[in-house]
Design a protein around this ligand. Structure first.
Ligand SMILES: [Zn+2]
Length: 318
């Protein structure tokens, strides 16, 4: 019986790999670019080569691998172990881990990547203190995963836990990445915050943030948080718009699930108190009673979370 687990996190930009012992002690982590145009067969070959390379660099022989877990960017029916819909890769109605499992002669499991992010953050950081956790990753959209009583919760056929696609604006809402109007992630993802700034830039020609963007020749949300601390009006106005929607959604999650903890991931979560302190105040305004509130904290693993969670999934295949 092999002594190691492999976690694979397949993203639209990069594929991340983690190697761990069967006791879930991290050994190594790496990533390589996803060449979507190569298609499933060639990408599978690339994954196999990269796993062998990672193993040999760490003194592990391929036949010491015991199981593989894989996270995929889309809907995964975990009971059938088949994808339903993967928007970027178009690997629909299949098990994309099958070729890896056949090659290494080991069991393999697949899951939605956002769910594995939550499983990774939970298992390696928060598991000892809490049972119920929600992870929200603010990036291009909002990735979400729910842990209930220490286990991933995806609902019937794993179609649930899609918090980013909660409809929060019923009439005339912004179009979400999924093509439908009014979804939460269209209002408070990292990309949504960038868009607020782009839309209001011309209205604040003298603001510090405007000058910083002009000097740098580009914009990213870290600039906004730096200017926010100095009371810049453009930063304040766009941030408060973003914060309002983020707080509404988080308060909804607290009212439905009352988790022990909400974890925020993605680049924005590194902003620190300038984000978390006003967020807490804004969330509290929407709750029915203070007992519904739970702490909101930054994620710890970030880019590693999905591959680490995939190793936890692999351990469950044994
Ligand atoms: Zn949507």
């Amino acid at each position: 019986m092999g002594k190691y687990l492999v976690g694979v996190d397949v993203g639209g930009t990069n594929i991340k790999l983690a190697l761990m012992t069967r006791a879930l002690e991290p050994v190594a982590f790496t990533s390589f670019p996803t060449r979507v145009e190569d298609g499933y067969d060639r990408i599978s070959q690339q994954m196999i080569r990269q796993i062998e390379k990672l193993a040999s660099e760490n003194g592990v022989s391929p036949d010491e691998i015991a199981a593989i877990g894989m996270g995929l960017p889309g809907t995964v029916d975990t009971a059938r172990q088949k994808t339903v819909y993967l928007s970027i890769l178009q690997w629909d109605d299949m098990n994309p881990c099958e070729k890896l499992g056949e090659y290494f002669h080991v069991p393999c499991r697949i899951e939605n990547d956002a769910n594995l992010n939550a499983l990774g953050e939970y298992h390696f950081t928060f598991r000892r203190e809490i049972d119920n956790m929600v992870l929200l990753t603010l990036g291009t959209g909002i990735g979400s995963g729910i842990i209930l009583r220490g286990r991933l919760y995806g609902g019937t056929s794993n179609h649930g836990a899609e918090l980013g696609h909660m409809t929060i604006v019923a009439d005339g809402g912004r179009t979400c990445l999924c093509g439908r109007p009014g979804h939460w992630e269209a209002y408070c993802s990292g990309t949504a915050l960038e868009r607020y700034v782009a839309q209001r830039l011309a209205d604040f020609p003298d603001s510090l943030l405007h000058r910083e963007i002009a000097a740098a020749g580009r914009y990213d949300n870290r600039q906004l948080f730096q200017c926010l601390q100095q009371g810049d009006p453009l930063a304040q106005e766009t941030f408060s718009q973003f914060l309002r929607y983020l707080a509404v959604g988080i308060a909804n999650v607290m009212k439905i699930l009352a988790p022990d903890l909400i974890v925020l991931g993605g680049g924005l979560s590194q902003a620190g108190e300038v984000l978390f302190s006003p967020l807490e105040g804004e969330v509290r305004k929407h709750l029915i009673d203070p007992g519904q509130f739970c702490p909101i904290v930054p994620a710890q693993l970030n880019v590693r979370a999905g591959a680490y969670g995939a190793c936890v999934l692999a351990s469950e295949a044994l």
